[in-house]
Design a protein around this ligand. Structure first.
Ligand code: CO
Length: 345
């Protein structure tokens, strides 16, 4: 097992990073990237932009720092919190979950409750409670008590960090979408330190709410080539027919052909496939066209930027925990590294 890699993934997975509030993740990214790149700066929206200086072409690698989260929108007189979601969360995974709210000085723990089962009408029992029927209980008994803890309308919450090493070189933790990509981004920059290419490592903000940070970052970087590194959905689990399985855990990095946000530029797609083949790196295609990534914003910048997506397959993304295979993460790093090297000379 590669303990350095596991420790980095764990640290990033456990960091708190709702869209727009990526500070904890940003601090880790800055600290790691400062050691291995020529320059690191943060733009006005909070994107971390690290530069490895070299020759053309200018390659931009992007991974997003934010995770799906909750936004507190109402506090009632008895101290219960109501919320909306930031990013796509299936309401089925929210009920009965523990959450954490980080305020300026406090870490507040809470639990998502709903009307108890014995009070439900028969037809209600068959349904998943809507988000507006759920509430967060932080143990407070009044609005004043909530406010005293520094929790207010506008506070955010995430699922609880509980990273675990599983059997079979697999790990489980929160926010692998896209802390797996953030981990890979750092490791790739470490590997390409002597590359003659110019490589920008961009850790973006607010991907989960509309690929937003990537948009402003790309305008500044003006790359010739873009590549988003993602933690993507894998549905290689019971109940999913083979032809609807997007990716499979353990079968290598997933190369996107098309999704809702982009049709991968054929030139980049071909190069990713050829690079994988030439370097004997296992790979698979993402076989569904759902979802979108930062590549959707990157490729639409200025005159258009040929862009691709390479992803680590993760089961159960956008839920409290996801599972990935460390071999896939390592092979994603290898593929992106080899992709950068393919532009040398
Ligand atoms: Co993502």
């Amino acid at each position: 097992m590669n303990h350095g890699l596991i420790d980095l993934l764990r640290k990033l997975s456990e960091a708190y990073g709702p869209p727009g509030y990526e500070d904890e993740v940003r601090q880790i990214m800055i600290k790691e990237l400062e050691k291995i790149t020529d320059e690191v700066y943060v733009d006005n929206l909070g994107n971390v932009i690290a530069v490895h200086k070299g020759n053309d072409p200018k390659i931009m690698l992007a991974a997003h720092m934010d995770e799906v989260a909750l936004l507190i929108t109402h506090i009632d007189k008895n101290g219960f919190l109501r919320f909306h979601v930031l990013g796509g969360i299936d309401p089925r995974v929210l009920y009965s979950q523990e959450v954490v709210i980080k305020t300026e000085n406090e870490v507040v723990h809470g639990y998502i409750g709903a009307k108890p089962p014995h009070l439900l009408k028969p037809e209600e029992r068959k349904k998943v409670p809507d988000i507006d029927q759920l509430f967060i209980d932080i143990g407070a008994s009044s609005k004043e008590e909530v406010e005293k803890l520094g929790v207010s309308v506008g506070s955010t919450a995430t699922f609880v960090p509980r990273f675990k090493e599983l059997k079979n070189n697999r790990v489980m933790g929160k926010a692998f979408d896209d802390r797996a990509g953030c981990t890979a981004l750092i490791e790739v920059m470490r590997k390409i330190r002597n590359s003659p290419c110019t490589v920008y490592a961009v850790a973006t903000v607010q991907e989960e709410v509309g690929l937003r940070g990537a948009r402003t970052a790309t305008w500044q970087v003006e790359p010739d080539i873009g590549l988003a590194i993602e933690g993507t959905t894998s549905s290689d689990t019971p109940g999913t027919p083979e032809h609807l399985t997007s990716t499979k855990v353990g079968q290598g990095p997933a190369i996107t052909i098309a999704d809702k946000s982009m049709v991968t530029h054929p030139k980049i797609l071909r190069r990713l496939i050829e690079t994988a083949k030439e370097n004997n790196i296992p790979y698979q295609f993402k076989r569904t066209v759902s979802g979108g990534t930062d590549a959707g914003s990157i490729h639409l910048t200025k005159k258009g930027i040929p862009t691709g997506v390479v992803s680590v397959p993760c089961r159960y993304i956008h839920s409290p925990l996801s599972i990935l295979d460390l071999n896939d993460l390592e092979n994603t790093i290898k593929l992106v590294d080899a992709f950068v090297h393919s532009y040398e000379g």
